[in-house]
Design a protein around this ligand. Structure first.
Ligand SMILES: Nc1nc2c(c(=O)[nH]1)N[C@H]1C(S)=C(S)[C@@H](COP(=O)(O)OP(=O)(O)OC[C@H]3O[C@@H](n4cnc5c(=O)[nH]c(N)nc54)[C@H](O)[C@@H]3O)O[C@H]1N2
Ligand SMILES: Nc1nc2c(c(=O)[nH]1)N[C@H]1C(S)=C(S)[C@@H](COP(=O)(O)OP(=O)(O)OC[C@H]3O[C@@H](n4cnc5c(=O)[nH]c(N)nc54)[C@H](O)[C@@H]3O)O[C@H]1N2
Ligand code: SF4
Ligand SMILES: [Mo]
Length: 745
């Protein structure tokens, strides 16, 4: 039996954290060398934080030495997101603070865009330039011609700023490049999304089905811990992945599906569940609509039919459907998180939602619980003027179901020849490296060349800052207050982030940057608190706590209003859909001209000699944000390309050989990548970890290390329902020699 011990570990031990590597353990270095450790004197006061290395936002404590040096971060025991244990990235978060290549002062571009020639500026000067340009854009084109791209804790401040300025064009890559199709599909079906942290009750599940979601490499902390617990308690794990992922290694069933065919598998599972009467009849009758239409629709989607498409054997499809029903309702067909794969993603996620509904797992122990969150009192602000034009007016009628702003639509609208209804001329970019985050980089760069103003607010000199007109250096999360964390969980809770140290160099917290810019724009009324700590104290006092109390606790959990984590037996439930029921068949999709039941569409196959490029996460990195982190590059400083032995033999590729990748549009990777020959990947695909292959020379540790998946993603399959960018539609081949460059070995 698999035990917790040999699953990826999440823990902080002494001066470093141990993580399971390829059969060995490595210590994450902190600033302490062994001889320093002997003489180490700790300052026993600790400061509260929550982690910004990824969006799980684990709460922790920061410790310093008696000389005031930040020494280590550990998890807060009271925190539901982490249960006292940080992941390797969270422990290594201090590398962000200590990275000597950080942005240090505001910078203003002096030569043409992209050349990366900047001069240092004072904050006042930099903000003056930005405010001046923003006013100019507003006067010439209207305030909606300014857009904000943002990711991370600072989003709230810049959102207030932009809305006050008169624009609602505010986009986060966590929607159209990440979980948008999932949340829209679940909302269409259950009237509710699955939130972040996800409301999957993995802790108590008896069967967890992972479709792509590679938990264990995808290190969302509490989720990994709960999966470990579930495995210890004997839960059946079923992993559907063309690659033998860490999770596949812990699974009773690994279904190495042909990529891009998941909808066929899901339809066959629905067929099995309905025609073998595995579904929860009482639940379906009480809570669902559209069952008869669904039953009729899936009549011919047999396991034999799906076998021809997915390459998964019929008996495997049948037995996994049976496993799910044996465990029901304590079963989770996991909705995944990064789900923008093939452009029909909303439909795929609808199929996932439908299976969960049939098995009665929504609202049930071991399935999906009902979340609770703490609602903070809103600060009274002057009303925002409704913008004259919304993002959805840029391309009328496109992406009718998008529930949030589609980042790629704003980028497309910035290119005038795409004929948007109105121009987009200025971008504020906070905490998102658009160059590596948005697929089809040439398109992003074309858009950038049409801007009158590009401001990048970042902690590091990244690819996006290289294209900016003005760069504003934010201090790291360890040096600032931020909004209170009130995300949903089993119990409502509040977590505080406060500075463990003063901002280094000439950097500032996001709140202050946004407020100072607001002042320059005459919008200071929208930021009534000059200091963020006063705002937090005010908000906390409304909640019956105080800044002083939260500085002591870090995390405060509250009891739920009622004992309603799961539906009660025979509870009358009103779902937030039009019919107030779970909609297996979606009349709303039908009314908009989309398939009301999920349809399998065949996607193009790689041409001869090409392989489908798939990508994912490594436990010790987060996208590109950690690429230069000294603690984490120490654990992994490049990605490798996974190649099946059969393919390697055909091409004469050997382990550790460096090669380039070339995609279907003849784009060759800037850098070379190490080959990893492994049975753990299907022959028709190759796999790399996202976040490598950096072109930004100012990041010396990661410059030129490995290759960028984004560079190879020039073909994008956009989801017509909500605008998500399907990114797994690209094919690559191998280049063993590149003109003018030697093959490293
Ligand atoms: N360590 C670490 N953890 C992270 C992050 C990070 O950067 N670093 N990022 C976080 C964020 S924001 C997100 S959104 C999540 C993303 O994590 P997930 O939601 O788990 O992402 P996926 O894209 O589902 O997972 C990639 C897996 O999909 C498989 N795959 C590729 N193509 C197909 C296919 O056609 N069908 C199937 N069934 N599988 C396929 C790949 O082989 C790979 O194992 O991770 C989160 N956790
Ligand atoms: N090709 C490809 N594209 C992808 C994905 C993929 O797997 N492959 N994954 C998609 C997914 S799931 C997601 S969620 C998105 C993630 O997209 P992003 O959030 O854009 O990911 P990062 O590359 O980490 O970029 C974060 C940027 O924020 C900066 N930063 C870090 N901390 C701070 C801070 O405290 N303040 C400020 N102001 N800046 C900070 C970093 O230096 C970096 O420039 O990418 C999506 N795009
Ligand atoms: S999962 Fe890891 S990186 Fe993400 S917030 Fe938690 S400790 Fe930080
Ligand atoms: Mo994501």
């Amino acid at each position: 039996m698999t035990t917790r011990r040999n699953f990826i570990r999440i823990s902080a031990i002494g001066a470093g954290a141990l993580i399971a590597g390829a059969g060995s353990y490595k210590i994450i270095k902190t600033l302490s060398k062994p001889e320093e450790l002997k003489n180490l004197k700790l300052d026993l006061r600790r400061t509260a934080t929550y982690c910004e290395v990824c969006f799980w936002k684990c709460a922790g404590w920061v410790y310093k030495t008696s000389e005031g040096k930040i020494w280590k971060i550990i998890g807060n025991d009271e925190d539901q997101n982490c249960n006292g244990r940080l992941c390797p990235r969270g422990t290594g978060g201090l590398g962000m603070y200590y990275d000597e290549e950080r942005l240090k002062t505001p910078l203003i571009r002096v030569e043409e865009r992209g050349k990366q020639v900047f001069r240092q500026a004072t904050w006042d000067e930099a903000l003056e330039v930005i405010a001046g340009k923003m006013k100019e854009i507003s006067e010439k084109y209207g305030p909606e011609s300014m857009a904000l791209f943002s990711h991370g804790s600072g989003s709230a401040y810049y959102t207030t700023l932009l809305k006050a300025f008169g624009s609602g064009n505010i986009a986060e890559p966590s929607y159209a490049q990440c979980r948008g199709p999932r949340d829209d599909a679940f909302t269409l079906t259950f009237g509710e999304e699955v939130y972040s942290p996800e409301i999957t009750d993995i802790r108590d599940t008896k069967c967890l089905v992972l479709i792509g979601s590679h938990i264990g490499e995808n290190m969302h902390n509490g989720q990994v811990q709960e999966m470990s617990d579930a495995i210890d308690k004997g839960a059946v794990i079923i992993t559907v992945d063309p690659r033998f992922s860490t999770a596949a290694g812990k699974s009773k069933y690994w279904l190495p599906i042909k990529p891009a065919t998941d909808i066929a598998l899901l339809l066959a599972w629905i067929h099995e569940i309905i025609y073998n009467e595995y579904y929860d009849k009482k639940y379906v009758e009480k809570y669902c609509t559209g069952f008869d239409k669904l039953r009729e629709y899936v009549k011919d989607f047999t396991p034999e039919w799906a076998y021809g498409i997915t390459t998964i054997k019929p008996d495997q499809i049948s037995s996994t459907a049976k496993e799910m029903s044996d465990a029901a309702p304590a079963v989770i067909v996991h909705p995944g998180r990064h789900v923008t794969w093939y452009g029909d993603d909303t439909q795929r996620l609808r199929a996932v939602a439908i299976i969960n509904a049939l098995l009665g797992s929504w609202g049930r122990r071991g399935g999906f619980y009902r979340p609770a969150r703490f609602d903070l009192a809103p600060v009274k602000l002057p009303p925002f003027k409704a913008p004259a034009r919304e993002w959805s007016d840029l391309f009328p009628g496109k992406y009718p179901l998008a529930s949030l702003t589609v980042s790629n639509a704003i980028i497309d609208a910035t290119v005038p020849e795409n004929n948007p209804a109105y121009p987009v001329k200025g971008w504020l970019v906070n905490g998102t490296n658009l160059i590596s985050t948005i697929p089809n980089t040439p398109n992003t760069l074309k858009a950038i060349q049409n801007l009158d103003l590009l401001v990048a607010i970042d902690t590091m000199p990244m690819e996006i800052t290289g294209w900016a007109d003005v760069i504003l250096p934010e201090c790291t999360y360890l040096e600032r207050y931020d909004s209170l964390r009130t995300g949903p969980h089993r119990k409502p809770s509040i977590a505080l982030r406060m500075p463990a140290a003063e901002p280094m160099y000439d950097t500032k917290p996001g709140y202050q940057i946004a407020r100072e810019l607001a002042v320059k724009l005459g919008l200071q009324d929208y930021f009534p608190f000059e200091k963020q700590e006063d705002l937090l104290d005010w908000q906390l006092k409304q909640a019956g706590s105080s800044l002083e109390e939260m500085q002591r606790l870090g995390v405060k959990n509250f009891e739920r209003d009622a004992d309603d984590l799961y539906f009660a037996e025979d509870e009358e439930v009103e779902f937030y859909t039009d019919s107030k029921k779970i909609e297996l068949f979606s009349p709303y999709l039908e009314s908009l001209g989309f398939d009301p039941l999920p349809r399998y569409t065949q996607h193009p196959e790689p041409p001869e000699g090409y392989y489908r490029l798939i990508y994912g996460r490594a436990p010790m990195h987060t996208f590109s944000r950690t690429a230069n982190n000294p603690n984490l590059t120490d654990l992994m400083d490049e990605n490798s390309v996974w190649v099946n032995p059969k393919v390697a033999k055909e091409w004469g590729l050997i382990n550790d050989q460096y090669i380039w990748l070339k995609n279907q549009d003849d784009i060759v990777t800037d850098f070379s990548v190490k080959v990893r020959v492994t049975e753990r990947i299907r022959w028709d695909s190759v796999y790399i970890v996202h976040g490598f292959g950096h072109k930004q020379q100012q990041m010396k540790r990661c410059f030129g290390r490995g290759v960028s998946d984004t560079q190879m993603i020039t073909k994008v399959l956009v989801d017509p329902i909500m605008g998500g960018t399907g990114m797994r539609s690209n094919f690559v081949t191998f280049v063993t020699e590149k003109a003018g460059e030697e093959v490293a070995s």
